[in-house]
Design a protein around this ligand. Sequence first.
Ligand SMILES: CC(C)=CCC/C(C)=C/CC/C(C)=C/COP(=O)(O)OP(=O)(O)O
Ligand SMILES: [Zn+2]
Length: 486
Amino acid sequence: MVRVSLRSARRHRDRARSRSQATARPPPAASMESSSQPPPLSGADQSEDGATAELPRLTVTQVEQMKVEARVAEIYSVLFGAAPNTKSVMLELWRDQHVEYLTKGLRRLAPSFHVLDANRPWLCYWMVHGLALLEETLDDDLEHDIVDFLSRCQDRDGGYGGGPGQLPHLATSYAAVNTLVTIGSESALSSIKRDNLYKFMLQMKDESGAFRMHEGGEIDVRACYTAISVASLLNILDDKLAKGVGNYIARCQTYEGGIAGEPFAEAHGGYTFCGLAAMILLNEVEKLDLPSLIGWVAFRQGVECGFQGRTNKLVDGCYSFWQGAAIALTQKLMTVVDKQLKQSYSSKSSSGDNLCGTSSSGYASEKSTNVDYAKFGFDFIKQSNQIGPLFHNIALQQYILLCAQVLEGGLRDKPGKNRDHYHSCYCLSGLSVSQYSAMTDSDSCPLPQHMLGPYSNLLEPIHPLYNVVLDKYDDAYEFFRESDQV
Ligand SMILES: CC(C)=CCC/C(C)=C/CC/C(C)=C/COP(=O)(O)OP(=O)(O)O
Ligand SMILES: [Zn+2]
């Protein structure tokens, strides 16, 4: 198999990006159907003087291109009742516009952060992570303001609230920690009071083993994931925090195969990602029935090419990440899948039992040894994909680029909806996941045929268990391990 190093792929992407900035500008939304000279959907790039550049800029083959155009026409006729001039629809990521939308959003929030909103750490995360995916660095003042604001959200006794003085909450703690890891400076990382955060998380632990979102709050799979993700990322995950979480999550897997927010509820993409990622971080993934989980997620990709969050609901751009990342994670779990399938066949032929809850090798919750939990997340990303994409990765990119992008900047749920920072973050995260989903190694880069649109569309890779940019994760992993050694 051809392997492209990350560095050389980035060089190609940067060249493609500078060419596309020089030659291609987004058409105003209104002119999308009438532009008479659209850029080609594939083939060699044309420079300003008309010469053909030697590097291929667009990556779909002619056959793929025809399929794409046919699908675009179909989608448009379903959504808008008329077929567009598909030639004029460009498969380009409107990078500059998204950077502007996200940067403006952050600047509006900082430096005062004076909004009465319990979501401010989330707003920081959505925008800071979105910009990191686009490989955009923040200026020092903005970084400083965000670190300072999040420090003021940190409760004296541990955990982050939605704003200064607000009740500490696991979801805003996750958002704050992911933001600080993404900023990645010494001051950002050392502003996290890990001892207090650990105590806060222990207080949020229910006797069932699961977590509640905040004092007196709801117990669910989201709370379990945010606690486990934060603890793993900060290298403070231990047996006490881990105990019983995996068994609770396994009880939330439904007859459909996906994971629900709580036992006996409906399977949903958001909780499926949370449950699966937490199980991997706990090294207890064998407690899930993976073949049925994969089947459920795979069938959530609709004819529109995007994912729906649950059966019989509409597709939505944000599930590009929740569902897309969940199924991409399973591409590294084929050994477990094979084992479960073999067990399932042999137990069906002997006793008729199914697999649910019957097998596990990583009984972290029942051990009292010093397990190196943070290493599970670290090792997982280094593992190869054992199989190609289990979803239609090109189709998903198509949904994001054609249906979720707002040409003025920002991304959305679907056409007809407004852009927002949540959807911008999760559509971009899903785009990154799908661009890298056909790679075997975690340190190589997508080949052009695995990407839709010009190579300049390539985003930064993420660590899919935490949803932070991979380089930022690596730095934080080193930082916290070194802090624990002194
Ligand atoms: C890390 C973290 C906090 C993760 C959260 C995961 C997540 C997105 C959960 C989804 C919650 C849910 C049931 C939405 C349904 O909304 P809906 O009924 O409006 O949407 P639908 O029609 O698409 O199901
Ligand atoms: Zn959504």
